[in-house]
Write a protein that binds this ligand. Structure first.
Ligand code: TRP
Length: 376
């Protein structure tokens, strides 16, 4: 295998490998970039742009313009996002959820949140159903800890709630051919049957609101760009079933603390989990890949490179809301005026402060998480 092959980009809902070229994904998936004009249209309803939009963590969409036009004419929308619970939540997962909560607040709308404990079971060889279900509960605590409104937030646990999903899943599955599914997801002869049917389940919450309330409104899905293949096939059949096409707003992945690649639970040393304790966070940040030079002397002389620095990304996307302070940090880094240790210490402090709060709320969530479970 050549170095080029090793670095080749693969982005599917179940695998992300190589250096992710986000612009190329827009082309390949056929989504739209978020233009300034569209951002302004959105900002009218949200009292300014959320940090994750301003910093272009969310960068692509399908039909966001359509959803906003409808909204301006009096048709609301619902939000839909989800999580495949196969392990603990890390801060890369929290990022789009934080943005989703912002949308929920500004548009005063419902959120359907799908906990796909069945998904991980069918796709991972050694997955245990009971384990995934347990993580579904654990991960829901993280969601609830972010402060979503219980009266407007509906968590669906696939295995437990399949009775609610199954009729719509059948309607969806019947209208998607194997050849479409194969072309979209790369299924092969060796792919198990559960997996082949499974995408119909992820489509369901796009349409569930009508069954529950009688109201036909579009769903807007904030999610990482790797989920887009699901929405492609769902959009194709939505109108045949009498629904709006679901709209999407896509984000990039929060990078991990290692060289390249997204934050991933399978690389625990480069991921910050929400339950990590301060000394663990300190160690992980301390070992992070930065844009620094080999020695202090060199760095003072030649400066660092914030573009490749994982630490800088956390200030950019999460912890430095002030544009001036962010560009000052960048300038000082390039000029060799600030050393990596300083940024690492600051980031450790910010992360641990955030996590201490989150962990408290996560404990409290145990008392109320049941209220978020979707009702019949
Ligand atoms: N497939 C997603 C995962 O593996 C879980 C998921 C279900 C989801 N529905 C979603 C993610 C809607 C985003 C939006 O994590």
């Amino acid at each position: 295998m050549t170095d080029e092959d090793k670095n080749e980009m693969v982005v599917t809902p179940w695998e992300v490998k190589g250096k992710v070229d986000y612009e190329r994904l827009i082309q390949e998936f056929g989504t739209q970039p978020l233009t300034e004009e569209l951002l302004q249209k959105l900002a009218k309803h949200t009292d300014g742009l959320h940090l994750q939009l301003a910093r272009k963590l969310f960068y692509s969409h399908r039909d966001l313009d359509v959803v906003l036009d409808l909204y301006e004419k009096g048709t609301k929308f619902v939000l839909y996002t989800g999580r495949g619970p196969s392990g603990p939540v890390h801060i890369g997962h929290l990022v789009p959820w934080i943005f989703t909560k912002h949308l929920q607040e500004k548009f005063e709308t419902r959120l359907y949140f799908q906990m796909t404990d069945d998904e991980k079971f069918v796709i991972e060889d050694d997955a245990k159903l009971a384990e995934n279900t347990r993580f579904g509960y654990e991960n829901a605590l993280d969601l609830v800890a972010l402060g979503f409104k219980p009266e407007d937030t509906f968590i669906i646990y696939d295995v437990q709630d399949i009775d609610l999903l199954y009729d719509i899943a059948l309607e969806v599955a019947k209208r998607i051919t194997y050849s479409t599914a194969k072309a979209t997801f790369g299924f092969q002869d060796s792919t198990n049957l559960g997996w082949i049917f499974w995408p119909a389940i992820q489509a369901v919450p796009c349409f569930l609101h009508k069954k529950l309330t009688g109201e036909n409104v579009p769903a807007l899905i904030p999610a990482a760009i790797d989920q887009d293949p699901f929405w492609r096939i769902t959009r194709d059949i939505a109108q045949k079933l009498g629904y709006y096409k679901p709209a999407q707003i896509h984000c990039r992945f929060l990078p991990g603390l290692g060289i390249g690649g997204k934050m991933s639970a399978s690389e625990p040393e480069t991921a910050i989990f929400t339950v990590d304790q301060p000394d663990i966070v300190k160690r992980k940040v301390w070992n992070a890949f930065t844009g620094g030079k080999g020695t202090l002397a060199e760095q003072k002389k030649y400066g660092g490179d914030p573009e490749v620095c994982t630490i800088f990304q956390y200030f950019l996307y999460l912890f430095e809301e002030d544009d001036k302070k962010l560009s000052e940090r960048k300038r000082r880094c390039i000029a060799g005026e600030i050393m990596c240790g300083e940024c690492k210490t600051e980031l450790t402090g910010r992360l641990n402060k955030f996590l201490a709060e989150h962990q408290k709320k996560r404990e409290k969530a145990k008392d109320i998480v049941k209220r978020f479970h979707i009702k019949r």
